[in-house]
Ligand binder design. Structure first.
Ligand code: ATP
Ligand code: MG
Length: 455
C-alpha cells in the first residue's frame, strides 16, 4: 500500500537528485537491505561496524526505488542517473524528520507509552482493546528506540486511526526526542523502577527522564500515569492528567485483585470489573491504562473486556507452562529489574492451590554500583508461603544471604551455574508445586526448562 510519493518528500528534503520530483510511490521505508521489498525507500544508517551507504546496490536489487543519502558520502558510479537520492546531513535525523512529517500527514490519535517496566505489555493491551473499534497500528515487538520508533511510524498504513508507540531509553534526552517525533495525543508512564539507573543516577533521575514524554505531548493531551509512584507527583499540576493505582488517592482506584492459573480479576473504580489472561498485580495496572484510554476513546465496556481477553501473550513474561508431573513452571525469564522481580514473586505468593512454592532467581544485570544492595532488597518480598529459593549467578546469591538472616525457615541454595540448579529441581516436580524463573536476559534462565518439561 502506498504511504507517500518521492514528490511529497521533496517538501522536507529540498536537496535531491534523480527523478525525485516525480510521483514515485513509496510503500515501505527500511534500513536493512537483506529484506526483500518492493517500492521501498532505503535509509542507509552509519553504524559502529557498518555503513549502510555501502549497501545501496543490494537495496536497489531488492526493490528500493529511492534512498536518503548522507551529503558527504560520494555517490557510487553504479547508481542510475534517474534514481532519486535525497541529500541530508544525517540519515538518522532525516529518518526521524520523515517519520514526524508522515505522522502529521496521516494524523491518527497517537498514544506514547514509556516507563521502566511494562511498556510492551501495556502497548499490547492498549492495541488489543483499541483494535476492537478502530484501525490500529502498534510497535512490533520491542522496536522502541530512536530508529525503531520512526520506522514503526513509517510502517503505519495511511488508514490508521490509532497509533500506539512504545518509547524506550537509556539516557536523558532520549524520551524527549522520541516524544517530539511522535507528538502524542495521549502519553502513559507505566512505572518507575531501577532499569538504567547506571546512566540516570537515581530513581529521581529515572522519573525525570520518563517525564520527558511531556515534551512532545500535545498541549491538551492526556497524561496517564502510575499514581502509586510518589516521584511522579509533580506531574499532577498538568491540566489533563489521570492517575491509576491501588492507593485511594488515585483518580482510578484498583481493588479486589484475585488470581488463579487462568489470569487475574479486578475492579477499576466506576469502570467496573474486568478479567485478564495474565498474572500479577503489575499486569492489572498495565491493563487498567488500556481500560482508561479505551474509555476516553468511547469504546464500550463489552469491547474493552473482549479486547483484554484477546491479548496475545508475549513469550517469557509470566508464561505458564505445565512440566513433568504437572508441576506449574512460570517462565518470566525475558528480563528482570529489582521492581519486576519483586512483582513476580508477589504473583507466586498469591497463587492459590499450590502448597510448594519455589523461586529460581538469577542475576539482575546493569545495576552499576548499587547492584548488591538492590539484589538484597529483593529479599524483602520473600516470605511465606515461599518454601524454597535457588539463586544463580555472581550477585543473586546475596538474596539468599539476606533470606537466611531474616526468614531461616525458607530452604535456600546458591549456585554459580544453571546446571547445578537443574539437578536439584528434578526432585521437586509435582502438581502441588509452582516454580518461578526470573533473571536478566543475559542469564537466559529459560534454558533450564526443557529438562523439566520433556518426558
Ligand atoms: P523493555 O525495557 O525490555 O522494553 P518493557 O518496559 O517493555 O521492557 P515488558 O516487556 O512489558 O516491559 O515487561 C517486562 C517485565 O517487567 C515483565 O515480565 C514484568 O516482570 C515486569 N513488569 C511489567 N509491568 C510492570 C509494572 N507495571 N510494574 C513493575 N513491573 C512490571
Ligand atoms: Mg519493551
Amino acid at each position: 500500500m502506498m504511504k507517500f510519493t518521492t514528490s511529497w518528500m521533496t517538501e522536507y528534503f529540498p536537496s535531491f537528485s534523480g527523478a525525485a520530483a516525480e510521483e514515485i510511490p513509496i510503500h515501505h521505508v527500511y534500513t536493512d537491505t537483506r529484506q526483500q521489498t518492493e517500492k521501498a525507500l532505503f535509509v542507509p544508517i552509519v553504524g559502529e561496524n557498518f555503513d549502510g551507504h555501502a549497501f545501496l546496490q543490494s537495496a536497489i536489487t531488492n526493490g528500493a526505488v529511492a534512498s536518503l543519502w548522507k551529503k558527504d558520502v560520494p555517490v557510487p558510479a553504479y547508481v542510475p542517473n534517474d534514481f532519486p537520492l535525497f541529500m541530508v546531513e544525517d540519515t538518522i535525523s532525516a529518518l526521524q524528520q520523515l517519520a514526524h512529517a508522515y505522522r502529521q500527514e496521516v494524523n491518527p490519535t497517537v498514544i506514547g507509552v514509556t516507563g521502566s517496566n511494562g511498556k510492551t505489555t501495556t502497548k499490547d493491551f492498549i492495541a488489543s482493546v483499541v483494535s476492537t473499534t478502530y484501525q490500529t497500528h502498534k510497535t512490533k515487538g520491542n522496536y522502541n528506540n530512536h530508529i525503531g520508533m520512526p520506522l514503526t511510524i513509517l510502517d503505519m498504513p495511511t488508514s490508521t486511526q490509532i497509533l500506539i508507540l512504545e518509547m524506550g531509553m537509556n539516557h536523558f534526552g532520549e524520551i524527549e526526542q522520541l516524544s517530539q517525533i511522535a507528538n502524542p495525543d495521549i502519553a502513559v508512564i507505566t512505572n518507575i523502577g531501577e532499569s538504567h539507573i547506571e546512566h540516570l543516577g537515581s530513581r529521581e533521575g529515572i522519573a525525570q527522564a520518563k517525564s520527558e514524554i511531556l515534551a512532545g505531548l500535545k498541549e491538551d493531551g492526556l497524561m496517564i500515569m502510575d499514581g502509586d509512584e510518589a516521584l511522579l507527583a509533580p506531574l499532577h499540576s498538568r491540566k489533563a492528567v489521570t492517575s491509576i493505582g491501588f492507593g485511594s488517592n488515585n483518580r482510578y482506584v484498583l481493588s479486589n485483585v484475585t488470581s488463579n492459573e487462568q489470569g487475574a480479576q479486578f475492579t477499576l473504580s466506576e469502570q467496573g470489573s474486568f478479567e485478564i489472561p495474565l498474572l500479577g498485580r503489575h499486569n492489572v495496572k498495565n491493563a487498567s491504562y488500556a481500560i482508561v484510554i479505551a474509555n476516553h476513546l468511547t469504546i464500550s465496556k463489552e469491547s474493552i473486556q473482549d479486547g483484554l481477553a484477546a491479548l496475545k501473550l508475549t513469550g517469557m513474561r509470566l508464561e505458564k507452562i505445565t512440566g513433568h508431573n504437572d508441576v506449574l513452571l512460570i517462565n518470566d525469564a525475558y528480563n528482570a529489574s529489582p521492581t519486576s522481580m519483586k512483582a513476580s514473586i508477589e504473583v507466586v505468593k498469591e497463587l492459590p492451590n499450590y502448597s510448594r512454592k519455589i523461586l529460581v532467581l538469577g542475576d539482575i544485570l546493569e545495576l552499576g554500583t548499587q547492584s548488591e544492595s538492590l539484589h538484597r532488597s529483593v529479599a524483602e518480598t520473600i516470605t511465606e508461603p515461599i518454601n524454597m529459593v535457588i539463586a544463580i549467578g555472581n550477585t543473586a546469591p546475596v538474596i539468599v544471604e539476606e533470606i537466611n538472616k531474616h526468614v531461616p525457615t525458607i530452604e535456600t541454595y546458591a549456585f554459580r551455574s544453571k546446571e547445578d540448579a537443574c539437578k536439584l529441581l528434578q526432585d521437586h516436580l509435582s502438581k502441588e508445586t509452582v516454580i518461578l524463573f526470573k533473571a536478566s536476559r543475559g542469564m537466559a534462565l529459560e534454558t533450564l526448562l526443557p529438562s523439566l518439561t520433556e518426558q
